[in-house]
Design a protein around this ligand. Structure first.
Ligand code: VGL
Ligand code: ZN
Length: 198
């Protein structure tokens, strides 16, 4: 069976948010229209403590979008975003939530970032999402949400690694960087992800 994964459709990634993805709000009508066509809808939620080390604010002298080494991993520094229990971390009020059966939170460990809904960026800890999906009989995962070049991309890569068929719903995502997205797309296609509408 097929599941729809809604990645990080949260206020901070939408207009007025601290890390707004260009055009992010444009996906909402499509995401809502798609949901009833899937047997299972699952969401991820970026959920950082205020001291998360991916925040530029935690590194004096550094600014957002600079790169640093964080415990051996390359880390892009971000504006503070999706801080636990703040309105920026909430799902968009325009997102229909009534069909979402489970929410997987990520990015809770302040020392490591977590773009994928399946694992942290070092693949050290699983969120349990892959086992949950398998337990529900899912074989095919369709992805939508924000941002195409970060959390949707890394979730798609991990879904492939976990052996799921992967469909990247490109009309239902938007990217932070067009170049980053073009590269991500090539790699995903090389690994067998399909792109397009459902
Ligand atoms: C994301 C950057 C930092 C995303 C999350 O959801 O794509 N990007 N945290
Ligand atoms: Zn984040």
């Amino acid at each position: 069976m097929r599941a729809l994964l809604l990645i990080d459709i949260q206020n901070d990634f939408l207009p007025g948010g601290s890390l707004a993805v260009p055009g992010g709000e444009e996906i909402l009508p499509l995401v809502n229209a798609l949901q009833p066509t899937y047997e299972l809808v699952v969401a991820t939620q970026d959920w950082h403590p205020a001291t998360h080390q991916s925040f530029a604010s935690q590194h004096p002298g550094r600014g957002p979008f600079e790169q640093i080494d964080l415990h051996g991993l390359r880390q892009t520094l971000w504006p503070d975003h999706c801080v636990q229990t703040t309105s920026g971390a909430e799902f968009s009020a325009a997102l229909d939530q009534h069909r979402i059966e489970a929410i997987f939170r990520k990015g809770t460990n302040p020392e490591i970032d977590s773009y994928s809904g399946f694992f942290d960026n070092g693949h050290r800890k699983s969120t349990g999402l892959a086992d949950y999906l398998r337990g529900r009989g899912v074989r095919e995962v369709h992805l939508a949400g924000l941002a195409a070049d970060f959390c949707v991309n890394f979730s798609a890569l991990d879904a492939l690694r976990e052996g799921f068929e992967v469909v990247f719903l490109q009309e239902a995502t938007r990217a932070i960087s067009p170049d980053g997205y073009a590269q991500a797309r090539q790699e995903l296609q090389r690994r067998g992800a399909r792109f397009g509408a459902r």
